[in-house]
Design a protein around this ligand. Structure first.
Ligand SMILES: NC(=O)c1ccc[n+]([C@@H]2O[C@H](COP(=O)([O-])OP(=O)(O)OC[C@H]3O[C@@H](n4cnc5c(N)ncnc54)[C@H](OP(=O)(O)O)[C@@H]3O)[C@@H](O)[C@H]2O)c1
Length: 318
């Protein structure tokens, strides 16, 4: 089976690519020369593919890379290109709480992408996933580097919200099941086996990283302000506004409700010290993580991300 992975150079996409035969895998991303808004180029890349795993996305807007352009126009182009290339199935990696009319452009645009796939007329699986962690991730990476850099860690709000972190290997198991058509429901919720308060998750990561920062609970509005500043000053923000919203409402239940995948496919592993250790990044935040005052381009952001991901870079076509 030949599979195209949009976002195949990103955190989840790379882990998925590692589990597939490189000779039958096509990696689509700006770094491999195909942006997801050009139908022609996408159709060419998808030629001969049986399945498209659509894992490309952003968690903050930068220049012309808006949520609307990447998630909505991008998914429309992916669907159209898949149709033209005769692709048999689309698998979309969406977010657990992606939904309409909730006031968050990230959530709303991911929902719009879900609807485009659901209404595509093509066989499909939409995976509404909670936070995924593992080597090269955003979650363990950011918390670890923050506690290594600063003695104080701001925690969100005064009411504990919960998360169900999904180990990336478990997430890839679900993606592979969807690619192979082993998930009967068109939309499923992917959640980790362990539900824990956000503060407990952060403390667990800090403990594995060997740090004991002072935890400072701050109102959600302060985290939102921090995210606003981080988006403007950091190459990859410590926390983006979309993530502030996720943290404020918790990431442990699908919205709207969706069934879980069949039991033998569901994520089964807890948020263990062993798995956290495997995801620990090297180092702390340095000046290189901050943008130059005149602002960088999306290319710089891509370059910074590519420095974080592990393993050899994938070819555009295996
Ligand atoms: N990580 C999680 O916990 C999680 C949970 C639920 C859902 N998701 C969703 O899953 C998707 C992937 O997440 P991730 O953590 O793997 O993100 P990531 O590490 O930031 O990777 C994003 C990927 O998308 C590609 N991309 C971004 N804009 C593009 C464009 N205009 N054209 C073509 N490719 C583009 C990037 O490659 P280039 O920069 O080279 O273009 C990269 O390969 C996102 O849509 C995210 O919303 C993630």
């Amino acid at each position: 089976m030949r599979v195209a992975i949009t976002g195949g150079t990103g955190f989840v996409g790379r882990h998925l690519a590692e589990r597939l035969d490189p000779a039958d895998t096509v990696i689509v991303s700006r770094r491999t020369g195909v942006a997801i808004d050009g139908v022609e180029a996408l159709a060419e890349a998808f030629a001969g593919c049986d399945v498209v795993a659509h894992c490309a996305g952003i968690n903050r807007e930068l220049g012309d890379q808006t949520f609307d352009r990447v998630h909505v126009a991008g998914t429309r182009a992916v669907v159209e290109a898949a149709r033209r290339a005769g692709v048999q199935r689309i698998v979309l990696l969406s977010f657990l709480r992606a939904r309409p009319d909730c006031g968050s452009p990230y959530h709303e645009s991911k929902w719009a992408a879900e609807e485009l796939v659901r209404n595509s007329g093509l066989p499909h699986t939409v995976l509404k996933s909670g936070m995924i962690y593992g080597p090269g991730d955003h979650m363990v990476d950011h918390v670890t580097r923050a506690v290594r850099t600063w003695p104080v860690f701001a925690t969100v709000g005064f009411r504990e919200r919960t998360v169900r972190p999904v180990p990336v290997d478990d997430a890839v198991d679900v993606l592979l099941a969807a690619i192979e058509g082993r998930i009967p429901e068109p939309t499923v919720a992917v959640m980790g086996a362990e539900e824990l308060p956000l503060g407990t998750a952060v403390r667990r990561i800090a403990r594995v990283a060997g740090r004991r920062p002072l935890y400072l609970p701050v109102p959600v509005a302060a985290i939102r302000a921090l995210a606003w500043v981080a988006e403007r000053t950091m190459v990859v923000p410590l926390v983006a506004r979309a993530q502030a919203r996720m943290l404020a409402e918790g990431v442990s239940a699908p919205a709207p409700w969706a069934p879980e995948p069949p039991e033998n496919i569901r994520p089964a592993h807890p948020f263990s010290a062993e798995r956290i250790r495997a995801a620990l990044p090297a180092g702390r935040f340095t000046r290189a993580d901050f943008r130059r005052p005149r602002g960088r381009t999306t290319r710089d952001a891509g370059r910074a991300r590519s420095l974080r991901v592990t393993g050899p870079s994938s070819p555009a076509r295996g």
